[in-house]
Design a protein around this ligand. Structure first.
Ligand code: NI
Length: 174
């Protein structure tokens, strides 16, 4: 296992749609293991493939917040198949938008179909922070970010801030 570099705003790849996985094999499992290690090291509770510049429909999550009792989820080709009418609001952040947090309202519960790391079809029933996390990560596979749920004013301010930081980095990287 190895940690990979996490790409951040304004990386254009974050706006691309990820391609479905066609075959679950050892190469894919190695990718999932690297993603999990990268997520734990960050630290974060969810990571999509595109965030390490691999635009394939894969994501990892662990909302246990307990190093002694880790509970990783590995989801391949995940799809939201049901959402509750009831909504809930969480303060979200994203490893690709470091140090920015904002409240986002999403369905409180959802059901997600996916392929597991053995290649079997599965379903996940999620509520609480796991429901928010899985919806946030699936958004990444569609090129969406949590800032897209904010007002245009707030979103533009964040995008501008990261674009400016990127320009400064470029200027100083001689
Ligand atoms: Ni994210």
């Amino acid at each position: 296992m190895a940690t990979r570099e996490i790409i951040t705003l304004p990386a254009p790849l974050l706006r691309e749609k990820s391609a479905p996985v066609e075959r679950v094999d050892d190469e894919l499992r190695a990718l999932l293991d690297d993603m999990l290690e990268t997520m734990y090291a960050a630290p974060g509770i969810g990571l999509a493939g595109v965030q390490i510049a691999v635009p394939r429909q894969v994501l990892v999550m662990d909302v246990s917040r307990d190093e002694e009792a880790r509970a990783p989820h590995f989801l391949i080709n995940p799809k939201v198949v049901w959402t509750s009418d009831e909504m809930s609001t969480y303060e979200e952040g994203c490893l690709s938008i470091p140090e920015y947090y904002a409240e986002v309202e999403r369905p409180a519960r959802c059901r997600v179909s996916y392929i597991d790391r053995e290649g079997k079809a599965q379903e996940l029933e999620a509520d609480g922070v796991l429901a928010t996390c899985v919806q946030h990560e699936i958004d990444h596979l569609n090129g969406l970010l949590f800032i897209d749920y904010l007002s245009k004013l707030k979103r533009d301010r964040v995008i501008k801030k990261f674009a400016k930081a990127e320009r400064q980095r470029a200027t100083h990287a001689l």
